[in-house]
Design a protein around this ligand. Structure first.
Ligand code: E4P
Length: 274
């Protein structure tokens, strides 16, 4: 499974890249806002364009970086996608354009299929598209048919939605059972989907059935256990926040083992390294 880092914060990106396990980067308008607030808070001069160029250069040619459009109509999203690609892909050839699967903000919006139209147009031009805000397996199927390079199912937000449908309070990083939450004799579900991991697993089954090349980029990841489960169901990529990446390396018994090895080291063995 490839690991992307889900942040626009260059300090986090540079540190995570130095660990040697990051294969790409995803951003969205909320993550860009967080990064802008962080750097402005440090009293730094800030130019969005030079910042994005620095981020793309730090990622380098081999690591795709997703940049998201902010429009709601076919015309706006297509124009913004072209602007992002033309302005920034020259830096390291690694720009991927993020398009919402459905940009409507109210049910029954006339623009419900505008995302698919833009995904198709960009993909036909050879511009890689990451389709965002995927909440159902059939949205992923439509995005794959339109030619998406990646689909981003939002595992954590589906878990949030399932919990909030039952008015269950939770913290953002709380674990949600992959096999679903059993309440009485009901498994809490959204049209048959019982968790964010289940959503990803269902998309995996569909893509395998039809040999789609589209990669499943599991997004909205909330904790290390969810990462494990996403790998188990066969996500091609998980995009992971900095804090969750840090959690993945940590275990009490590993630290305890380090202390014991250090305490047991005899001078004769230490001398080899001097
Ligand atoms: C990724 O590209 C998504 O935009 C991101 O993972 C969303 O995460 P969140 O649900 O924690 O905001």
């Amino acid at each position: 499974m490839k690991i992307f880092i889900d942040t626009a914060n260059l300090d986090e990106i540079k540190e995570a890249l130095s660990w040697g396990i990051v294969d790409g980067i995803t951003t969205n308008p909320s993550l860009i806002k967080k990064a802008v607030d962080y750097f402005k808070g440090k009293g730094k001069e800030f130019s969005m364009e030079s910042y994005i160029k620095e981020l793309l250069a730090a990622a380098g040619r081999e690591r795709p970086v997703s940049l998201e459009v902010i429009g709601n109509t076919e015309e706006e999203m297509y124009r913004q996608a072209k602007t992002l690609f033309e302005k920034f892909n020259g830096v390291a050839g690694n720009v991927v354009i993020k398009i919402p699967v459905n940009p409507e903000t109210e049910e029954g919006g006339k623009n419900a299929f505008d995302g698919l139209k833009v995904i198709k147009a960009l993909s036909d031009e050879g511009i890689p598209v990451n389709v965002t805000l995927i909440m159902t397996p059939v949205q992923a199927l439509l995005a794959a048919k339109a030619g998406a390079k990646y689909v981003s199912p939002f595992a954590g937000r589906i878990d949030d939605y399932l919990r909030s449908s039952k008015k269950i309070t939770f913290e953002k990083h709380d674990y949600f059972p992959a096999e679903g939450l059993v309440l009485g004799d009901e498994i809490v579900n959204d049209n048959g989907i019982v968790s964010g991991v289940d959503l990803v697993g269902s998309i995996r089954d569909i893509f395998n059935n039809y040999d789609f090349d589209t990669e499943i980029l599991a997004a909205s990841v909330r904790n290390a256990r969810q990462v494990r489960e996403l790998a188990e169901v066969g996500a091609d990529v998980a995009t992971i926040p900095f804090a969750v990446l840090k959690d993945m390396i940590s275990h009490y018994k590993t630290r305890e083992g380090m202390v014991k090895f250090a305490n047991d080291t005899v001078p004769e063995y230490r001398e080899i390294f001097e």
